[in-house]
Design a protein around this ligand. Structure first.
Ligand SMILES: [Zn+2]
Length: 92
């Protein structure tokens, strides 16, 4: 997909629509431990761990991209949920 390098969108810090600059980042929002991760940790590492013994499946055909939106007015950046695209380009 093609995305403009600058566009107007909602800024949660200014609480209004402002011009934002788009930056590509390696890592998105860190979500921390989920319930399933804590359950996995409780099972220990010996013997059959049930559904956690499964071999993970193959790679998905596309990778999620992480984009940071920086507000030009307040210079603060916010993240949005990553989405899957085959190709990501920034247009002028
Ligand atoms: Zn702002």
């Amino acid at each position: 997909m093609k995305m403009p390098a600058k566009f107007t969108t909602y800024c949660p810090f200014c609480r209004s629509h402002q011009v934002h600059e788009v930056e590509k980042v390696k890592k998105g929002k860190t979500t921390g431990l989920h319930w399933i991760d804590r359950q996995k940790a409780r099972r220990g590492h010996v013997g059959n761990r049930g559904k956690f013994s499964k071999v993970p499946g193959g790679d998905k055909p596309t990778k999620k991209i992480n984009v940071r939106y920086r507000c030009v007015t307040c210079k603060k950046a916010h993240l949005r949920k990553g989405y899957r695209v085959a190709k990501f380009e920034l247009t002028e």
